[in-house]
Write a protein that binds this ligand. Structure first.
Ligand code: FE2
Ligand code: FE2
Length: 321
């Protein structure tokens, strides 16, 4: 018979009571590893997610749009920082996580491997991609790991601004000229299915879901989150006068949810495995930025060492007086 330790009992009591597990608490190794993988993947997505939008900063159609877009992209860098900090409380270093991203051992969201071809893509990214992120992150506010849950509270406030700025771009385009409406529809056509893929593989194929639900890391399954997103988004598309590219989409009176067509999971796995349209460019750009920033990191370390040495001298001098 296996003996249950005091740590295990306390962990299970915390989970059962919907309380938070904190960094100082005992936790199963599997729980720690699952969280590291998930939080790192989330952090990487925030940071890589800056690239498709930064592509349009210099071409934003007005000063106001440019300022909003820059603020939004800076928020994503901040989200990356909260999340790397949350991951570090589990005993990994940020350098190690960054290295795993750069060498392809850790993933980021498949959505950021698609190109941003027109200004309307800034609208669809805010509306759909940040919209999907909100659905996922609202659920994650209830996650059982304290630092992750608290990072999500702040993230969600900022994501709702991101979603609104994207929707407002779509509203402007869809109320504009025929060309502008066509741009908006084209962007929706290209981003709709990849947005649904953001929730991950179907529950029947999701290897981590069951255990993650038991540990209350995840509070809803991929398919339930995806359904929630579709139900929320279709009325928004209708208000814009745009059509999602899915002939099978229909309101199901009995289920009180939208039924929707089959997702091309081959495309999803192709992109996840590194063969999407932009995978190689995204990582190349990320590694280049990391290398270009090396002198900044070195300067910051040299400065902190000098400051620490000065502080130590001051203490010595006081001691001698
Ligand atoms: Fe974000
Ligand atoms: Fe965002």
């Amino acid at each position: 018979m296996t003996q249950t330790t005091a740590g295990e009992t306390r962990f299970q009591t915390t989970i059962d009571a919907d309380d938070k597990v904190e960094p100082r608490d005992w936790m199963p190794e599997g729980y720690r590893h699952t969280l590291i993988r998930q939080i790192a993947q989330h952090a990487h997505s925030e940071v890589i997610g800056m690239q498709p939008e930064s592509n349009w900063i210099t071409r934003a159609p007005s000063l106001k749009r440019k300022a909003i877009l820059i603020a939004k992209i800076q928020d994503e860098a901040g989200h990356g920082l909260y999340l790397y900090s949350a991951a570090e409380t589990l005993g990994v270093s940020r350098e190690d996580l960054v290295d795993q991203l750069h060498t392809g051992r850790q993933k980021y969201s498949s959505i950021f491997n698609y190109p941003t071809l027109t200004w309307a893509d800034m609208g669809t990214i805010g509306w759909l991609v940040d919209g999907a992120a909100i659905v996922n992150q609202i659920m994650l506010q209830q996650t059982s790991y304290g630092p992750y849950s608290r990072a999500m509270v702040r993230n969600c406030k900022e994501e709702s601004f991101h979603q609104r700025q994207g929707y407002e771009i779509m509203l402007t385009l869809s109320r504009g000229s025929a060309e502008q409406r066509a741009l908006a529809q084209d962007a929706l056509d290209r981003w709709w299915w990849p947005s649904l893929m953001m929730f991950g593989p179907p529950d029947s194929e999701s290897t981590h879901t069951e255990q993650s639900m038991e540990w209350k890391i995840k509070r809803m399954t991929n398919d339930d989150l995806r359904q929630k997103f579709v139900d929320m988004t279709i009325p928004q598309a209708e208000y814009l006068g745009l059509t999602v590219p899915d002939p099978d989409l229909v309101w199901n009176v009995e289920r009180e949810h939208y039924d929707f067509g089959d997702i091309d999971w081959d495309e999803f796995w192709t992109v996840i495995k590194g063969h999407g349209p932009m995978n190689r460019e995204r990582i190349q750009h990320k590694v280049g930025a990391w290398e270009d920033g090396e002198w900044v990191r070195e300067a910051a370390i040299a400065h902190s060492e000098k400051a620490a040495a000065r502080a130590a001298d001051t203490i010595d001098a006081r001691g001698a007086a």
